[in-house]
Design a protein around this ligand. Structure first.
Ligand SMILES: Nc1ncnc2c1ncn2[C@@H]1O[C@H](COP(=O)(O)OP(=O)(O)OP(=O)(O)O)[C@@H](O)[C@H]1O
Ligand SMILES: [Mg+2]
Length: 728
């Protein structure tokens, strides 16, 4: 409102000037009046004195002196008046300069003009007397001395009405009018100047077109705003209704205030029920702390954030929801968008499990290879030790003390051999004598042994249907595995309990796709202490035992696992603390029916040993084993030839037609025992061969129709095997 203040000042100035001029005029008139009075007084005096005949020289003289005095007073008065006039004029000039400066410099246009009326007293035009530079700029031309009608006749009548009202009523008028000819809006302040009879007005005005435009735009904007808000609201409602995501407006105290229909669609809860209960009731207890902390942070830091938590569905299941939460500016509420990521979470978890399983499998594979290699070498050493001790015992048969010492050494070596067998089993390098086995019969036969092994406080339950196909497995090793599982179960139930053996037929194994069925699933369930997750994860590892030094070798489950895998099946343990343990063993179903248990009608060993003395070719790359075998055979009365590799053995065969039997090791560099057997049969198709194996590494699909003897063996076992071949 700067211009309003300026125009008030201007108005005051103009009024001052008019008043000042009026006062000076009055003073001048006063001066003239005094002068006139004095003069007439003097004339009267002179005339009076003349007619009253008192015009003596003295009286005249007195009268003249009086007149002079009066004149002098008059002159003095005149001088004073002149001075005053000069002073006043200077003051008026100064104030005029001020007025002029303001007049020139002000941004607003200033016009001074006389309003013209027609005979009927209607204002019809205005003649401009003065204009400042801003007025000329705003009017786009010089207007001084011209009438508005002249300048542009198309100025609307309301212009003259405003000027006329101010001129006549003397009331300052404020108006905002559109000037069509100038195509602009003006803000006007019109006020009367001059005397009552004057029709003079001063006009202060400025161009407000731009402000008007903005105001209009604002008006139009406001008019459409509501409509647009309504439209946006409709759009938002639409989104709210259709969204698959969970949309929510809630407070920090745990109440859901508004929720989208997707909540009911996804979670199955009634809409009203969700609003009625605190949301903490549908958040998974394990996630509650996280959610609380996230909300506190949201309220304090006022920044959007993401969290994941599980939300309870009506069917009791938990859905994983990923939330984007943002605080409401009011500080008391929050907005949230939740996406169901249950499927993704499940996939991630499955991937994680698969990775862990793979990792575990790789670890077992690596440990298996290492163990297998060591066990194989160790087995050969034991073979040599046992073989030699066996022979020594015969030689020192008469010395009771030596006999006792030797049998002690042999027992130790035997235990070592058992241990290496378990290691080899874990490494899946056993020489398995697989055959169709009826599991029901096998378990029935084992019942006594099992009951004795677990003791009277534990109930053994067998749930084995009779009509099951046979499994393809090494029965001796399977018995060992079952015994291992039973002993583990016993150890987990020091206060007694139940062990349940169960056999069912299944299409696949727990390992799934890779193994091709059908399978027999043998499960062993106990009611013991169970295992925590860490123990469960490591239970199958070789040498892992919680039973303390000297109590457990940690090879029991390793053996079971190795046997299952080497047989083409699978093994799985499930357990939790306090919930007992379930061990499951899958074995492939045999294509042919189980053989009836062979009657042990083997010829008496001694008789056979007596049978005949023969020429035998022994082939082994390990000198120690070769020596022990050669010694055993020589001791049995046979003639023995030696070779330490397949090709050399073939040479010996070619040169010696009288060889009755070939005894060869399986694992040899260059040519294996199996290959040697084939080649030997080319030279001597009828030659009996005995394959000595530390472990069976026969490539898949190789069928060798050759009798086998597993290392380590005693002289008696060797004698039996050799005799069978020589006699048969
Ligand atoms: N049925 C079971 N209940 C609870 N824990 C078990 C069970 N079976 C095995 N375990 C745990 O797994 C570990 C490894 O078992 P594993 O049979 O391989 O070795 P071990 O029993 O300790 O020793 P060994 O079998 O040579 O006597 C055990 O020490 C025990 O902690
Ligand atoms: Mg065990």
């Amino acid at each position: 409102m700067r211009w309003a203040r300026e125009s008030d000042r201007l108005q005051a100035l103009l009024i001052d000037r008019d008043r000042e001029v009026a006062r000076l005029r009055a003073e001048a008139e006063q001066r003239e009046a005094i002068s006139r009075t004095l003069l007439s007084e003097f004339e009267t005096t002179v005339r009076d004195r003349h007619f009253r005949d008192a015009s003596t020289a003295e009286e005249l003289q007195v009268a003249l002196e009086e007149l002079e005095v009066t004149n002098a007073a008059l002159a003095h008065a005149n001088e004073e008046l002149e001075k005053k006039i000069v002073e006043r004029t200077a003051a008026i000039r100064a104030s005029e300069t001020k007025y002029r400066l303001l007049f020139e410099a002000m941004d607003e246009g200033f016009l001074l003009g006389d309003v013209l009326f027609d005979e009927a007293g209607r204002p019809v035009d205005i003649r401009f007397l003065e204009a400042n530079p801003s007025a000329a700029r705003l009017m786009r031309q010089d207007v001084v001395g011209r009438r508005l009608q002249e300048i542009d006749p198309s100025f609307e009548p309301h212009w003259y009405a405003v000027f006329g009202r101010a001129a006549r009523a003397g009331k300052a008028t404020r108006a905002e009018l559109y000037a069509k000819p100038l195509r602009a809006w003006f803000d006007f302040y019109v006020f009367k100047v001059g005397g009552d009879d004057d029709r003079r007005v001063a006009i202060v005005f400025k161009d407000v077109t731009e402000r008007k435009r903005i105001e209009d735009a604002l008006k139009r904007f406001n008019a459409t705003l509501e409509e647009r808000i309504a439209e946006r609201t409709r759009e938002r409602d639409h989104l709210w209704e259709l969204s698959e995501d969970l949309l929510v407006y809630a407070d920090y105290d745990g109440r859901l205030l508004r929720i989208s229909p997707s909540w009911s669609r996804l979670l199955g809860h009634e809409h009203a029920a969700l609003l009625a209960r605190p949301y903490s009731e549908i958040v998974h207890p394990d996630d509650a702390g996280l959610v609380r902390a996230a909300l506190d942070e949201l309220r304090d830091r006022r920044r959007p954030m993401r969290i994941k938590c599980r939300i309870l569905a009506a069917d009791g299941s938990w859905r994983w929801i990923s939330w984007v939460l943002s605080p409401d500016p009011d500080g008391c509420h929050l907005h949230g968008v939740g996406r169901d990521i249950t499927a993704e979470e499940a996939a991630t978890a499955a991937l994680h499990t698969a990775e862990e399983q793979l990792h575990q499998a790789q670890k077992m594979e690596a440990v298996g290879q290492l163990t297998g290699g060591v066990a194989h070498d160790f087995n050969n050493l034991l073979m040599a030790v046992l073989g030699n001790l066996d022979l020594l015992r015969k030689h020192l048969a008469t010395d009771p003390k030596a006999k006792r010492l030797i049998s002690g050494a042999m027992q130790g070596a035997q235990r070592g051999a058992t241990l290496t067998q378990r290691l080899l089993a874990f490494a899946r390098r056993q020489d398995l004598q697989t055959q169709p086995v009826a599991l029901s019969a096998l378990l029935d036969d084992m019942r006594n042994l099992l009951e004795r092994s677990v003791g009277p406080r534990i109930v053994v339950r067998l749930k084995v249907p009779a009509a099951l196909p046979p499994a393809l497995v090494d029965p001796n090793q399977l018995e060992l595995a079952i015994l291992n599982l039973a002993v583990n179960a016993r150890d987990a139930m020091p206060d007694g309990g139940t062990i349940t053996f169960d056999v069912t037929e299944t299409a696949g194994t727990a390992a799934g796709e890779r193994a091709s069925g059908p399978f027999l699933r043998l499960s062993v369930q106990d009611t013991g202490a169970g295992m925590d997750a860490d123990t469960l994860a490591r239970a199958v590892e070789p040498f892992f035992s919680t039973k303390g030094v000297g109590k457990g070798t940690g090879l029991g489950l390793s053996m079971v696992h190795g046997l299952a895998v080497q047989s083409g099946g699978a093994f799985r343990l499930s357990s939790a603390p306090g919930r007992g343990t379930l061990a499951e063993l899958w074995l492939p179903v045999a294509a042919t029916p189980a053989e009836a248990a062979e009657p042990t009608t083997e010829p008496a060993v001694e008789a056979v040993v007596e049978a005949a003395s023969a020429t035998i070719l022994v082939v082994d790359d390990d000198a120690l084993i070769a020596m022990s075998t050669v010694d055993m055979l020589t001791d049995l009365g046979h003639t023995v030839l030696e070779a330490n590799a397949g090709p050399l053995a073939l040479d010996v065969l070619r040169e010696n037609q009288d060889i009755d039997l070939l005894v060869t090791d399986y694992a040899m560099p260059g040519m294996t025992g199996a290959e040697l057997a084939c080649e030997a049969h080319r030279i001597r198709p009828d030659l009996p061969v005995l394959l000595v194996t530390g472990y069976a590494d026969l490539p898949d699909g190789t069928v060798i129709d050759v009798p086998r003897l597993a290392k380590p063996y005693t002289q008696q076992q060797l004698a039996m095997a050799v005799a069978k071949l020589l006699v048969g």
